[in-house]
Design a protein around this ligand. Structure first.
Ligand code: GDP
Ligand code: MN
Length: 383
């Protein structure tokens, strides 16, 4: 799960990471009010969207007067950044930037734990630096058994050439960031840029935090920060219906029981030259209401032209799934998408009998099912 910069800064604030004291604004008028409340110039007006690279997209502007705040707020509230419409602004006192540093903690699969990433090339997109000049990035493991120690802070500060007078506040920021990452079950916690000011202060100028969705049941305070307006609408709907759905760009809507089989189904569709429209794991149950929800969800994506059910009956029996599909279709009159069904496993024969006269294409196995779905989808696309 992602949150906004202003929300990440409020969390960092709890961990004693210095952040500018900003205000959220949802209109030009509120932005002007925020600037007046700040009472010093310049202020910075920043788009709050779940996307990076806002600066490049024109979503971060310095303003030195009320008029400039007005025009900055007007412009930014009209922007669409990486497909997301800007609905909120953060207005903050401007920072006197001397040095911009990149500081991030990620969960690293290779080393199976949190890794600190740090670079003097702050402000810009770190992916670029990683690609062009990887030697400019320090990667340092946080040992899970002993956590972050003073000497880790020294190593990072040394690499970043932090001046002597800023070492203490820098170490405090690093400790705060790591602790926030661990406490909140982040998958990423990033300050880019972390700013060294002309007067020797260390301030988080930007902040980004992503969280492990599977840890959210332990973090009601994070769940409360969710902003559905930023997410893919179909994925929001799926979450409400407890369907495990990820939207993709293709034409073949896949409905599968089990996450592994769902991954595999996408591969097989792709292998036979088709394009999956989604990942969808309807889980072990496959009740009629669930199947109907899945069919509705998938077909509200207008790119979809074919449905492919790939079900392996184990604990959930194939005949149960088949009757689930039949009653789902009954509950959706006028549903006219071609449906390919592959059912294997427990009670497969009974399931096939049930579906004998149904308006669906039965496949012998997964390969055949995928091929049938791809063929039908292509015919429909060229029709
Ligand atoms: P991002 O582009 O989405 O990562 O947004 P950032 O919050 O990182 O801002 C982009 C850039 O705008 C920063 O790297 C800074 O160079 C600049 N910037 C942001 N806030 C301030 C500020 O308060 N003062 C000054 N001088 N520049 C700022
Ligand atoms: Mn940034």
């Amino acid at each position: 799960m992602k949150i906004h910069e202003y929300q990440a800064k409020l969390i960092l604030d709890e961990y004693n990471v210095p952040t500018p004291k900003g205000h959220v604004a949802r209109s030009v008028q509120e932005a002007v009010q925020a600037a007046e409340d700040i009472g010093s110039w310049p202020v910075v007006v920043k788009a709050q969207v779940h996307a990076g690279g806002r600066g490049k997209a024109g979503g971060v502007k310095l303003a030195k007067s009320i008029d400039e705040v007005k025009s900055a707020a007007e412009t930014i509230l009209g922007l669409v950044i990486k497909g997301i419409k800007v609905r909120q602004l953060l207005v903050e006192p401007g920072i006197d930037i001397k040095t911009e540093i990149y500081l991030g903690i990620i969960l690293d699969r290779a080393s199976k734990g949190p890794v600190i990433m740090a670079s003097r090339e702050g402000g810009v997109e770190i992916e670029e630096v990683a690609k062009e000049t990887p030697e400019k990035i320090l990667k340092l493991k946080v040992p899970p058994t002993i956590g972050l120690r003073g000497y880790h802070c020294n190593v990072v500060a040394e690499f970043l050439e932090i001046p002597a007078d800023a070492r203490k506040p820098f170490a405090a920021v690093l400790k705060g960031l790591v602790q926030a990452f661990l406490d909140k079950d982040c998958s990423l916690a990033e300050i880019n840029p972390l700013v060294l000011t002309g007067s020797g202060h260390v301030i988080a100028c930007d902040a980004k935090m992503n969280f492990d969705d599977n840890a959210l049941p332990w973090h009601q305070e994070i769940e409360a920060l969710r902003d559905d307006g930023e997410d893919e609408p179909l994925e929001v709907e799926a979450r409400e219906k407890k369907l495990n759905y990820v939207k993709l760009d293709g034409e073949i809507g896949c409905i599968v029981n089990g996450a592994g089989l769902a991954m595999c189904t996408m591969d097989v569709v792709k292998h036979f030259g088709g394009r999956p429209a989604n990942f969808l794991d309807i889980g072990g149950g496959a009740k009629a209401s669930q199947v109907a929800d899945a069919l509705k969800l998938i077909t509200s994506d207008k790119t979809v032209n074919t449905i492919f059910f790939n079900v392996f009956g184990g604990i959930v029996r194939c005949d149960m799934v088949a009757s689930g599909i039949l009653s789902a279709l009954e509950s959706l009159p006028g549903f006219d998408y071609p449906i390919v069904i592959r059912l294997s496993g427990t009670n497969e024969e009974q399931a096939k009998k049930l579906l004998e006269n149904a308006p669906v294409h039965l496949a012998k196995n997964m390969e055949e099912g995928a091929q049938m779905a791809v063929k039908i989808s292509k015919e429909r696309a060229s029709a």
